[in-house]
Write a protein of this length. Structure first.
Lengths: 432, 289
């Protein structure tokens, strides 16, 4: 009798799998108790909320969650992954070093079994690394995104209305005019952090996307042979940023503003625009509903292609993990389960990824989340996603972009000089 | 009997030596070993000889980082020692009374505050809306107000002020304690001979405090050269690398850049640098018998 009912359960599972389109050979978490060893980032509730929902749907699976600050994760993840009881699920700050040291599970098998070929290839490209750690963008799949975030321009609706902005700028020149108008009216045009890490990397990369296509930037980030950031488009973008600095569009104390101070000052009404990512959409919607809007960085010319930084919330599976199959099943579930996608959008505020034919969960009309999700669609349609320029090497942010952007704001570096210095640092790091 | 005494002495010293070897000598030896390798902390090591030391001595950024540490010495050492001396000389005659106790307590307070807390508190004070700028705006110096810790000219002096504030208490306490050991009859004799306060300071106080000054200078020079906490909290080494110090750079190289070999080479170089600076101070301030 027992055997029969188990068979029935198995048949039902097969039928369900066939109906949802999941390949039938795909692994599951089984029925035996499983304790998933998870290592998440402090301050971001999304993974934990998803884990709770997963346990609700699959009661045999529970999560032993450890949390750490992002900076600590960068330092600790190789050590933690090299231990015997390596995490089944781990938030990955960067992948190249981990792949080179064979610390991550190769997900190519799961890619076939779960049918992840139906996911937009552009979303997974950043998660591919060649054996040996470089270049990125091709080779095996080593991680998945819990969601796919993107950056753009948040604006203060009240200040924008005062300045006569009726719709978001459609060209870079229109954005320039808006910022100039703000400066003239005594409104802080841009609120941006630049202490600790170089927050001006966001407007810089948005300007790179306005001036040129994303592909050369991605090639540089992925460490393709001969790639350089010292392109005419990137130099134009950096010069444009330098002009914004000279025009006084950034706070005079930008180098002393940390990320959280920028958020509180911008939400407190200081600054017409702020360059940031859609991970803050939920925050705006719940703490300042109706007060802020979002638009994609306009291209140089009207009707031009949009390109912006867009990156997966990267999660991998330890090579020495005990429950690899269940972890892969969880990653597939996050992208395909209706309830999981709903939590993903409500808590994370970003595109949940997965097959493009799955609907994006409904959000409040007029909310910031609605605007960022729509912008994400534009970016996906125009294939304009770029990885973050800070991810080109493990240390390019700390040793390249951050000090050079701080110099730019401090008036001791030029736009072209900054690009040259970062390229030199990049070459130095790749040669060591 | 002598042999038994020697064995007993060795046995008594053994636990301390084992601890010292485990936590100081072995890690030191390992650092020297790592400094000769190219290693990301996980994978295979590759022997590169003295290449890492060559990078430390030739890389323009690393040289600036080492230079920053020496600029901090001016703030961390000169100000606390000079001010400590001034305070000690000024309150020398009132040491016993409530005024002396209150002064010593107030000046020593920064010493009991964790460096991280001091760094956070000072970064609030130096912020755009902090008390420093409020005071400047209050007296009409609006144009001087700025984000001090993010300013290319003033970030390092601002960090220096935090360090000076923290170390002032230690120096004052040491020097005030030292001054009580000086025989009061010396001052009386000097006064009878017609010496003024300045002569007393130069000819009695200063030589009398020779050993304490040695300790103060040694401790504060090490604090400057090997500083980490205050810089990490207040500026993170920025803007640019204007306030980056070797301690911070070693940490970054090892854990963010994953260049354990280069980080170890810089650490060994820093240790040698500290010894080169501190040993002459010890020799100069030693009391010769």
């Amino acid at each position: 009798m027992m055997q029969k009912s188990l068979n029935l359960v198995g048949l039902a599972a097969l039928a369900a799998a066939a109906l949802t389109g999941t390949a039938i050979a795909a692994p599951t978490c089984g029925t035996d108790p499983v304790v998933m060893n998870a290592y998440f980032e402090t301050g971001f509730p999304l993974p934990t909320r998803l884990a709770e929902e997963f346990t609700k749907q699959f009661p045999n699976v529970t999560f032993d969650i450890k949390e750490d600050q992002f900076a600590n994760m960068m330092e600790n993840s190789p050590r933690i992954l090299s231990e015997d009881n390596a995490p089944d699920l781990i938030r990955l700050p960067s992948m190249s070093d981990l792949v080179a040291n064979e610390l991550l599970a190769n997900l190519d098998g799961y890619f076939t079994e779960f049918g992840w070929d139906k996911f937009p290839a552009g979303q997974l490209v950043q998660l591919r690394v060649e054996d040996g750690g470089r270049p990125r963008g091709t080779g095996s799949l080593w991680a998945m995104g819990l969601n796919y975030s993107m950056t753009g321009v948040f604006y203060n609706k009240e200040l924008a209305a005062q300045l006569g902005m009726t719709e978001p700028p459609k060209t870079l020149a229109e954005l320039d005019a808006l910022l100039a108008k703000a400066k003239e009216a005594g409104v802080q045009p841009i609120m941006q952090w630049n202490k600790g890490t170089g927050g001006l990397a966001f407007p810089l990369q948005n300007l790179m996307g306005a001036y040129g296509p994303p592909e050369p930037v991605n090639d540089w980030i992925f460490q393709k042979d001969g790639a350089t950031i010292n392109t005419p488009e990137a130099v134009e973008a950096a010069t444009h940023l330098e002009n914004w600095v000279k025009a006084g569009y950034f706070p005079t104390d930008a180098n002393a503003i940390e990320y959280f101070q920028m958020m509180s000052r911008f939400m407190g009404g200081e600054g017409l625009v702020m360059f940031n990512g859609d991970w803050e959409s939920g925050n705006f919607d719940s703490n300042a509903a109706g007060k802020f809007g979002f638009f994609l960085m306009p291209s140089e010319e009207a009707g031009g292609r949009h390109a912006s930084m867009s990156a997966p919330l990267t999660f991998g599976i330890g090579a020495k993990a005990a429950n690899k199959d269940c972890a892969a099943f969880f990653l597939d579930w996050v992208a395909t389960n209706e309830q999981a996608r709903k939590i993903n959008v409500e808590v994370g505020g970003s595109n949940p990824g997965g097959p493009p034919d799955l609907p994006i969960p409904a959000v409040t009309p007029g909310s910031v989340t609605e605007a960022t999700l729509a912008a994400g669609n534009v970016l996906a349609t125009e294939n304009g996603a770029m990885d973050f320029i800070a991810n080109a090497t493990g240390a390019i942010f700390a040793a390249g972009w951050t000090p050079e952007l701080q110099k730019l704001v401090g008036g001791v570096q030029t736009g072209p000089g900054m690009i040259e210095a970062v390229q030199a640092e990049y070459e130095k790091q790749l040669s060591r | 009997m002598a042999r038994r005494t020697a064995i007993a002495a060795l046995l008594f010293a053994a636990p301390a030596f084992v601890m010292y070897a485990t936590f100081v000598l072995v890690p030191l030896g390992m650092s020297v070993f790592y400094s000769l390798q190219r290693w990301d902390g996980i994978g295979k090591m590759r022997f590169v000889g003295l290449n890492n030391y060559l990078i430390v001595l030739t890389d323009a950024d690393l040289l600036q980082v080492i230079g920053n540490a020496f600029l901090l010495v001016l703030w961390f050492t000169l100000i606390p020692v000079l001010m400590g001396l001034a305070v000690a000389a000024a309150i020398r005659e009132h040491l016993g009374g409530p005024f002396g106790t209150a002064t010593r307590t107030i000046l020593f307070l920064p010493q009991v505050i964790p460096l991280v807390a001091a760094g956070i508190a000072w970064s609030w004070m130096f912020a755009n809306s902090g008390v420093v700028n409020q005071a400047l705006r209050g007296v009409g110096l609006e144009s001087w107000a700025r984000g001090w810790l993010g300013d290319f000219t003033f970030a390092l002096p601002a960090v220096g002020i935090i360090g000076a504030w923290v170390l002032l208490g230690l120096c004052t306490m040491l020097l005030v304690t030292g001054i009580t050991k000086i025989d009061p009859s010396l001052y009386e004799a000097a006064r009878l001979d017609g010496a003024g306060p300045w002569d007393e300071f130069i000819y009695i106080t200063l030589p009398g405090l020779r050993q304490e000054l040695g300790v103060c200078v040694t401790v504060t020079v090490i604090a400057a050269l090997a500083s980490f906490d205050i810089v990490y909290i207040a500026t993170g080494g920025g803007p640019g690398i204007q306030t980056t110090v070797p301690g911070l750079e070693i940490y970054r190289l090892a854990f963010a850049h994953r260049q354990v070999g280069l980080a170890s080479a810089l650490a060994i170089f820093l240790m040698v640098l500290v010894l080169v600076c501190v040993l002459p101070i010890q020799w100069l301030t030693r009391v010769r018998r």
